[in-house]
Design a protein around this ligand. Structure first.
Ligand code: COA
Length: 375
């Protein structure tokens, strides 16, 4: 056996490549997209501006943004054969599986070719992921094919309109827009690294994104927002929440929506989405859930020095926006497609096959044993 090399469980602390897309700083607990602070982006920018920034490297000028919005709107419809495939996916399927399948199917209908313009598939998927999910959802819920052209200007408006069948309340729309900005990018997280690994083999765009969706689906990554909501809903009041969390910690259970691989004392995105969760809680029939969230936050900090990550208060912000829990992780996909695509293109621009080595822990070389000698 070769000499034992330094072990890096889960690649924690390993620098796995260069990237100019996002700075996720543990020291300053800060997050920059292409140099812009996420706080400024969440205050001033729409998701479309951020998607443009991540993909093309700089903020769009006014005319570029208008044209970009228009071209995304023009790409919202789905080919008839994709609609037929979505109709065949069972009503009981996970929504993440619907998006993964929809992405893969689109890759067969509109495959990437050497002539495909660089940002085309990224923009097509940004525009059409909501269409795929809500087409499938309403087809199975009500048995009819919905109209995907809502006339909504923004992706956040389009998502909520497709969900509800009508124009959204502006506060809900902007809250979703902000959450899409916050979810759009986060350097070499598990799903983005998966996308880059697939891209590094010179595979096609859709394969990379399907891999990203698969990685995001897990509860240690994107799936945490749904599990955080399920947990919050278990508690009737603050005392119940405090006791429930202490019991779970005693049993060494993970509390979803807490902790982070990079940040050590706070997640800069959490403060922003917490503000939205609190704001929307005031007009919500079950606004007391916000206080339950704060109780969980306090107990987690007191007992474990763990802080809420983006997923925890996003869950409450979505809930108060009347978004059903099974949509939470798919919304993450509809945003992170921007970051994944930027990384895929960056990987291609300076490609080297990603192929690390493992630390071998198996047996020494052994002699072949004939079946009659195996006892
Ligand atoms: N609830 C309870 N304990 C937690 C915890 C959580 N959410 N997150 C970390 N811990 C504990 C671990 O059990 C471990 O305790 P130990 O040292 O007694 O074994 C310690 O904190 C260190 O955690 P570790 O799993 O080594 O950290 P990591 O960097 O590998 O994991 C996460 C980071 C995000 C995977 C982890 O915090 C987690 O599982 N969080 C919940 C899922 C989640 O919210 N995911 C979304 C991430 S943005």
């Amino acid at each position: 056996m070769t000499e034992t090399k330094k072990k890096t469980g889960g690649l924690a602390g390993v620098t796995a490549g260069d990237s100019s897309i996002c700075l996720c700083s543990a020291e300053e607990e800060n997050l920059l997209y292409r140099g812009y602070a996420v706080q400024d982006l969440a205050t001033h920018a729409s998701f479309e501006e951020v998607a443009w920034l991540l993909l093309r490297g700089d903020l769009p000028k006014a005319e570029e943004l208008n044209n970009y919005r228009q071209s995304l709107n023009d790409m919202r419809d789905l080919p008839p054969s994709l609609k037929m495939i979505l109709e065949k996916i069972p009503a009981t399927a996970s929504m993440m599986d619907v998006l993964r399948t929809g992405c893969s199917a689109l890759g067969t209908i509109e495959p990437e070719t050497p002539d495909t313009p660089p940002f085309h598939i990224a923009d097509r998927l940004i525009a059409s992921f909501p269409s795929m999910l809500f087409y499938w959802h309403h087809y199975h819920l009500n048995g009819h094919a919905i109209n995907l052209n809502t006339g909504e200007e923004t992706l956040a408006g389009q998502i909520l309109h497709l969900m509800e069948g009508k124009s959204p309340v502006e506060a809900y729309r902007r809250c979703l827009d902000v959450s899409l900005v916050l979810y759009a990018e986060h350097e070499f997280n598990a799903s983005t690294f998966t996308v880059r690994t697939i891209a590094s083999t010179l595979s096609d765009f859709y394969s990379g994104i399907c891999g990203g969706i698969g990685a995001l689906r897990g509860p240690l990554h994107g799936g945490a927002n749904e599990q955080a909501m399920d947990l919050i809903l278990k508690f009737k009041n603050n005392d119940d929440a405090e006791k429930g969390i202490l019991d779970r910690l005693e049993q060494k259970k993970l509390i979803m929506g807490f902790g982070h691989r990079i940040y050590t004392t706070s997640d800069p995105r959490s403060t922003i989405i917490k503000w939205w969760a609190e704001k929307l809680s005031h007009n919500s029939a079950d606004g007391y859930l916000f206080n339950i969230g704060e109780t969980i936050e306090r107990v987690m900090w007191d007992k474990k020095s763990l802080f809420p990550n983006l997923d925890f208060y996003s869950a409450l912000a979505y809930h108060f926006s009347q978004i059903p829990t099974p949509f939470f992780t798919p919304l993450f996909v509809m945003s992170r497609i921007a970051g994944w695509s930027a990384h895929l293109l960056e990987q291609r621009a300076n490609n080297k096959l990603i192929r690390p080595v493992s630390h071998y822990t198996g047996p020494e070389k052994r002699n072949w044993l004939y079946i009659s000698d195996r006892g």
